[in-house]
Design a protein around this ligand. Structure first.
Ligand SMILES: *Cc1c(COP(=O)(O)O)cnc(C)c1O
Length: 382
């Protein structure tokens, strides 16, 4: 067991009570709790429509179906993301066009790369807001308008995060969120699709439930007795048990993020003068989720990074890598392109523990261990 895990779930009595209440209500599948979660999510994110789903992956898949993406269409996407962001492009028989990130200190997709790689076949851009830090939304929106491309925001890391006061996920045609068990809102498995477009919303609702024109809750309530299948859909629904967890988690989120903000400040204070460490997004002024705390080692190698991680592991400090680059996975061989900055970052990045139960003294310990390791490495080289 790690003494300093990467992440800890922030649950209390409220979560338990809420689940038991839902069980006692005798309605456990998609119903009033999902609707309540959706309404609260729309309000907090200032979007017109939110739709609970089974995961962020299914929300992303639904997005491409709703936007009518066809075989052979090209979708511009970062490689420094979780594989699901890209896998869903393959679900559609479309082609991922991998774009590099901006730099070692801004790990988001580079608008110049997007611009360079647009062709007649380009249909959409999928951005991913790394750790909740916003992509260059003004530049990206300008590109989508000029080239008439759809924009999907993979906001799995970014609930309540903002760019210049506007919520991430609300800039594009569609935004998607994850409530997987290690995300800011943790419910086990689950996701949300948000949009301001009523047509997309109506289509997404059909896709979520077999293409059926009514949900079983509406039939149970006596509002409907028949249904039609209007298009090929899936079962991508959330259930009310998870939704009741999500409501409580969402209500607690802002306070949780304030704690994370202070922890990030502590990390920065202790690391900012370390010449071997780059702190990505160090100048960020936006309100962000701080889903994870990433660092990038400067003038380093994969070998060194892996050694540092192993030694931290010996001190029972859990670390991770966000991410192994998607364009290097076997199934993406035919889509491979050189992405030098993505390659450097994925070889030299380390994710340190970040969650609201961490204490300042924990961060002191983690950073002192890390700093000593990096100092030792330098002396050995000299
Ligand atoms: C977690 C994650 C996903 C997948 O979310 P699920 O809810 O597990 O499907 C997609 N994209 C990113 C960037 C993620 O971090």
């Amino acid at each position: 067991m790690y003494k300093y895990p990467l992440f800890e779930i922030n649950y209390g009595e409220e979560e338990k009570k809420s689940i038991i209440k839902t069980l006692d209500s005798k309605w456990i599948s998609t119903g009033p709790k999902c609707e309540e979660f959706e309404n609260l999510f729309s309000k907090k994110n200032n979007v017109k429509f939110s739709l609970t789903t089974s995961s962020c992956t299914s929300s992303l898949h639904m997005s491409l179906i709703a936007l009518d993406i066809k075989q052979g269409d090209e979708i511009l996407v970062p490689s420094l993301t979780f594989s699901a962001t890209v896998n869903i492009i393959k679900y559609m028989g479309a082609k991922p066009i991998f774009c590099d990130i901006i730099s070692e200190s801004n790990l988001n997709i580079d608008p110049l790369e997007i611009e360079r790689k647009i062709t007649k076949k380009s249909k959409a851009i999928i951005v991913m807001h790394y750790a909740g830090f916003p992509c260059e939304m003004e530049k990206i929106l300008e590109i989508t308008r000029r080239h008439k491309l759809y924009l999907i925001e993979d906001a799995a890391h970014a609930p309540l995060s903002e760019f210049k006061g506007k919520k991430l996920g609300s800039f594009g045609d569609i935004g998607t969120f994850s409530f997987f068990s290690n995300k800011n809102i943790a419910i086990g498995e689950g996701g949300m699709l948000v949009t301001n477009n009523s047509e997309i919303y109506e289509k997404a609702k059909l896709i979520r439930s077999h293409g059926m024109t009514t949900l079983s809750y509406a039939r149970y309530k006596g509002h409907a007795t028949e249904y039609d299948i209007k298009m090929l859909g899936y079962n991508y629904r959330m259930d009310d048990i998870r939704a009741s967890l999500g409501i409580i988690q969402l209500k607690k989120l802002k306070k949780d993020i304030f704690k994370r903000e202070r922890l990030r400040e502590t990390y920065i204070e202790l690391l900012k003068n370390n010449s071997k460490v780059i702190i990505p997004f160090i100048d960020n002024k936006n309100f962000v989720s701080n889903y994870i705390f990433p660092i990038v080692l400067k003038n380093s190698t994969k070998l060194l990074r892996d050694k540092v991680r192993m030694k931290l592991n010996d001190d029972r400090i859990q670390t991770s890598i966000h991410y192994p680059p998607v364009h290097k996975f076997s199934i993406y061989k035919e889509d491979y392109v050189d992405l030098p900055i993505t390659d450097y970052v994925s070889d030299n990045q380390i994710t340190l523990p970040m969650h609201s139960k961490l204490k300042t003294s924990d961060i002191d310990f983690i950073v002192s261990k890390l700093s000593n390791l990096l100092k030792d490495e330098k002396q050995k080289k000299d």
